[in-house]
Design a binder for this molecule. Structure first.
Ligand code: ZN
Length: 318
């Protein structure tokens, strides 16, 4: 590009009103031009000395490169692998656009807008969204301690994108046919401690059961927690069986707090999730856990830069 062409680009940039998000995106694109191998370096760094994804063998040697990534061969099983083998990111192409794409996830933009922003097909944008979220969702869950609030919220079951519905289609989308918590609703269980560490679980259709509470909550609760929930019997039964100290607030009777006994932390999370989810105009049940996982990452403001997200995604699957 000659000096005159650069002049044209600069003039255009001066004339258009760029939003903060668009400026951040441009910075990402420029950084990639300055450091073309940046994304690959971040991937190799995060993978560190990973062991063989097939057999877990620690001993391996280098055997050339493919698509910019170092290949290794396992001494024990002779299979070869790279930093991404066996992760949700394996075999995704166009790696030079990954970092700008991750900025789209951080900005919660729609599939279509993200596709335009980073110049990929809409189908690629959709696939990348779910792969990058699935990758960070596999990070180990935190151990919740102290006072832990637990409550569930419900999301109308949706078969968006499915060719074969297993029920008659709903007219105008949005309403369950029956009142109350029926099998038409997907249950999202959230537990959160007062240090704002949060665990979310999609437990399936219909009301949460004591057995599901045990399966999901027991692994993430420290031994000496105080569990706070609403007055639903399920929580009482679960806590009794698991030997966990439990307090309930009778939210239905209009009692929202008793001193430190409340579930406002978890209900706040639910509220932010539902508000945030609206921009996507309905999400399919089979992807719901990806959306709660995405919200978890954003809500905790943990991965605030594309490089953080990429490295967590690789490291979580080591
Ligand atoms: Zn091996």
């Amino acid at each position: 590009m000659g000096a005159a062409d650069v002049g044209v680009v600069l003039k255009v940039l001066e004339q258009v009103q760029l939003s903060d998000q668009e400026i951040a995106l441009l910075q990402g694109v420029l950084a990639n031009l300055v450091l073309p191998g940046h994304c690959l370096r971040l991937i190799e760094e995060a993978a560190g000395n990973r062991s063989c994804p097939a057999c877990g063998g620690k001993r391996c040697h280098r055997c050339g490169q493919a698509n910019g990534l170092q290949r290794y061969r396992c001494v024990a099983c002779r299979r070869s692998f790279n930093a991404l083998t066996g992760t949700p990111l394996a075999r995704l192409r166009l790696r030079d656009r990954w970092l700008p794409y991750l900025q789209c996830l951080i900005d919660s933009v729609t599939v279509r807008k993200a596709a335009t922003r980073v110049a990929v097909a809409k189908s690629t944008s959709f696939r990348w969204r779910h792969r990058f979220i699935a990758a960070v969702r596999q990070e180990p869950r935190p151990l919740l301690s102290g006072i832990v609030e637990a409550d569930e919220t419900y999301h109308l079951e949706s078969q968006k994108g499915s060719r074969n519905l297993d029920r008659p289609p709903r007219k105008r989308g949005g309403k369950a046919r029956r009142r109350g918590i029926s099998a038409e609703l997907d249950c999202i269980l959230v537990a959160r401690d007062r240090n704002r560490q949060t665990c979310d679980f999609v437990t399936g259709r219909g009301p949460v059961t004591a057995e599901q509470l045990a399966r999901h909550l027991l692994p993430v609760l420290a031994v000496d927690v105080l569990l706070v929930s609403d007055a639903a019997n399920t929580y009482k039964a679960f806590a009794l069986q698991a030997g966990i100290t439990h307090e309930a607030v009778n939210v239905r009777a209009g009692i929202r707090t008793r001193g430190a006994i409340h579930i406002q932390g978890v209900n706040g999370w639910h509220g932010r999730f539902k508000t945030w989810l609206r921009r996507f105009n309905g999400v399919a049940s089979r992807y719901l856990a990806n959306y709660t996982g995405w919200q978890r990452v954003l809500d905790a403001a943990r991965l605030t830069a594309p490089a953080h997200w990429l490295q967590s995604a690789v490291a979580a699957n080591r």
